[in-house]
Design a protein around this ligand. Structure first.
Ligand code: MN
Length: 713
């Protein structure tokens, strides 16, 4: 078992001025806290935190990280208060211990790839400080190295979780050796047969392979030094997991995998990397399509190198990676490589995630433009998205500011619609509560709940918004149908029949079709919304008996369809002329009370226009006749179009139709169109008897809340 001295010795090797007293204090604290605990392996528990610290010294981590490694299980396992840690070891260590403890409590339970990705993001978002993740990786590493002491069902579960979450995280952070060791350790438990076979096969040809590796390395060294360059050349088999993945993805046998060994050449500068590449390509033929320039285009995790595959000695394919020392350091230690680089001149308290992010930005500016990498880091570390759990343990990704309602609609529309409350981590919260990463949400529902309009102000996701809108629209539709049936039923009763009877007889269906509605619902809805008066439906169903001639003001059902109606002169008095056929012009639609003028048409009587109608004024003056409205007592109804501009809010139509109703004005037709800026243009064709009535109507309509303007067309 490594000792305190081992840790201090290692830290001093890369950080001579390190505060080793704090490390010593951490060690002694952990020793005391874990005193009576024993690991499954039978060894003292203290060995675990010490080994984790040792792993972190390999990444050359700072003192706070090393101390945290020693203390990382004390809060969770031995019940030490975080306050004590803070008092004894300072805020930086306390924050790190807190982060590791919190992340340690999260259980990952599903194996879907999408879920795994969300979970990885969640860990990054929750960690706040990347050192927490790095400690967690080291913790997992040691647990994987000692997994043989656990029962086999636990072995498989933990190994699978490592493969799904921690190995990809190590890869994301660019820490290659941790990734590959975690992968191989996991493979051993997740696919034991394959692992055994690979170990056996790799071992079998070991001597042969080592001879070949030496031969290739020798040639490479000679070539390089011949050209006056200094380089470290090495070759070693790739990890088992990557060989397994290659076999699986290309459906190959082990024997068919050629590039099992990766050769690595480490040189002094970027220019030398390309120079060495040229040398290699001049002695061995490169395989087309296998050259990759990760120096010019670094991988998302910051990895840089030149990769090429060539036909080497004995016609074997060999893969070669060429990089500088710095690139090699980054390839092995990833983000940790940069971290220590900055430590020398940064106070520990400055090492919060934003500093960290900014220094990453600077660092990569120095190297090369690699926006892709920065994007990845930014996405992962920004205070943005929240990751929360369902009660089953699935992770759900939501936008910042998301509420339990967003979560509910994310689960299912019905859950959203029936949501009455939510429990977050077991406690009831208001619906507008802002979810935080790591929260576990349970939605409370009720069969009688319905979406409310003000929910639209609470939710963040467009899915929730559109579902709420959809539901409200549906409710209004249902309400208008109910109201329509109620209004019609009243009229039907007067005629001694019922809605149901008429529906059965097929009469309603017939009338709906006649009035250009798709079905009965369409007709009933139009009545409910107030677009057509119930009486109009009655007239269709029970056409009035033909009346005596000389009753000019009778209007057949057709007359309300907007056609020009024909009157005799009873409604209109034309000077010096007796009974004559008059028509009301469609262009200006005069209403009793409007100043009017007549125009003699060829064979179609006199057409009546408003006196200022431009159409009339453009016509032959000689054919104009003076006319006026007949005296009171003669009633006539005219269809006039009124344009109402309003904001598009639910329920406003009902208010408008109430105004028409209160003036005894029937709506003949309505045309409603909404605009992009949430306004509604409503064109009503209404039947009015005289001008004052129309003027009053307009005045009152203008007073309706939400109405912007009203104009007669
Ligand atoms: Mn641990």
């Amino acid at each position: 078992m490594p000792t305190l001295d081992d840790i201090i010795h290692r830290v001093n090797s890369y950080y001579p001025s390190a505060n080793t007293d704090l490390i010593k204090k951490g060690y002694e604290f952990a020793e005391k806290q874990h005193e009576k605990q024993v690991r499954k392996s039978g060894e003292p528990y203290l060995q675990h935190p010490v080994e984790v610290a040792i792993i972190l010294t390999e990444l050359k981590m700072d003192v706070s990280t090393i101390v945290t490694a020693l203390l990382h299980d004390t809060v969770e396992d031995t019940g030490v208060a975080l306050e004590v840690i803070k008092k004894e070891f300072g805020e930086d260590v306390a924050n790190l211990v807190d982060g590791v403890t919190k992340i340690g409590k999260i259980r990952f339970r599903t194996t879907q790839e999408k879920q795994a990705e969300n979970f990885r993001k969640m860990l990054l978002a929750m960690a706040k400080d990347l050192r927490v993740i790095i400690i967690k990786l080291a913790d997992r590493m040691h647990n994987m190295r000692t997994l043989q002491y656990l029962p086999s069902n636990k072995q498989v579960r933990i190994a699978q979780e490592t493969l799904d979450i921690y190995a990809p995280l190590a890869n994301r952070l660019g820490i290659a050796w941790i990734r590959s060791e975690l992968e191989d350790l996991s493979l051993r438990y997740v696919k034991p047969e394959i692992y055994e076979k690979l170990v056996e096969k790799v071992a079998k040809r070991r001597a042969e392979r080592e001879t070949y590796i030496n031969k290739v390395s020798q040639i490479l060294r000679q070539e390089v030094s011949k050209h006056g360059l200094k380089a470290e050349v090495s070759g070693r088999p790739k990890n088992f997991y990557s060989i397994y993945k290659k076999m699986e993805s290309r459906n190959l046998e082990y024997e068919q995998i050629y590039d099992i060994v990766a050769y690595r050449i480490v040189v002094g500068s970027i220019a030398e990397c390309y120079e060495v590449l040229g040398l290699i390509h001049s002695i061995w033929k490169p395989i087309p399509g296998r050259f990759k320039d990760y120096i010019a285009m670094p991988k998302a995790n910051g990895y840089q190198s030149l990769h090429t595959t060539v036909i080497g000695p004995d016609a074997e394919r060999i893969e070669i990676q060429i990089r500088t020392k710095e690139m090699h350091d980054i390839a092995e230690r990833g983000v940790a490589a940069h971290w220590i680089y900055k430590e020398g001149h940064m106070a520990p308290s400055e090492l919060n995630k934003f500093r960290w992010l900014r220094s990453l930005v600077e660092f990569h500016k120095e190297l090369r433009d690699s926006t892709e990498f920065l994007d990845v880091v930014k996405v992962d570390l920004s205070a943005g998205d929240v990751y929360v759990f369902t009660p089953r343990g699935d992770v759900v990704e939501l936008p910042p500011g998301a509420t339990p309602l967003d979560f509910a609609y994310n689960v299912h529309t019905d859950v959203g619609n029936r949501c009455v409350g939510a429990k977050v981590n077991g406690r009831i919260v208001p619906l507008k509560y802002n979810l935080k990463s790591g929260d576990t949400i349970e939605i409370l529902t009720s069969q009688t709940q319905q979406p409310k309009k003000d929910w639209l102000n609470i939710v963040q996701t467009s899915r929730a918004k559109s579902k709420i809108r959809q539901y409200i629209k549906q409710i209004e539709r249902v309400r208008s149908i109910e109201l329509g049936i109620e209004l019609l039923e009243k009229e039907f009763r007067k005629k001694g029949t019922t809605f149901q009877k008429l529906q059965k007889q097929g009469e309603l269906e017939k009338v709906a079709k006649e009035m250009n509605y798709q079905d009965i619902d369409g007709l009933v809805m139009a009545v409910g919304y107030g677009f057509i008066p119930p009486k109009q439906v009655i007239r269709k169903l029970f056409p009035p008996l033909p009346e005596k001639s000389g009753q000019p003001l009778d209007k057949s059902a057709e007359s309300v369809r907007g056609e020009t109606r024909v009157f005799t002169s009873k409604a209109i008095k034309i000077k010096g002329v007796g009974d004559v056929l008059v028509r009301f012009a469609k262009c200006c639609v005069p209403v009793p009370g409007d100043p009017i003028s007549g125009f003699i048409t060829r064979g179609r009587g006199v057409s009546v226009h408003r006196a200022d109608c431009s159409r009339l004024l453009s016509h032959d003056e000689e054919r104009r006749v003076e006319i006026e409205w007949e005296a009171e007592g003669v009633k006539t109804e005219r269809n006039v179009k009124v344009r109402v501009l309003s904001i598009d809010i639910p329920g406003i139509l009902v208010k408008m139709s109430e105004v028409f109703g209160s003036h005894g004005i029937n709506i003949v037709k309505a045309q409603i169109r909404t605009t992009k800026d949430k306004k509604a243009i409503n064109i009503f064709e209404v039947s009015v008897t005289n001008l004052p009535q129309l003027q009053e109507l307009i005045k009152e309509m203008e007073g309706v809340e939400g109405v912007i303007s009203v104009e007669r067309l």
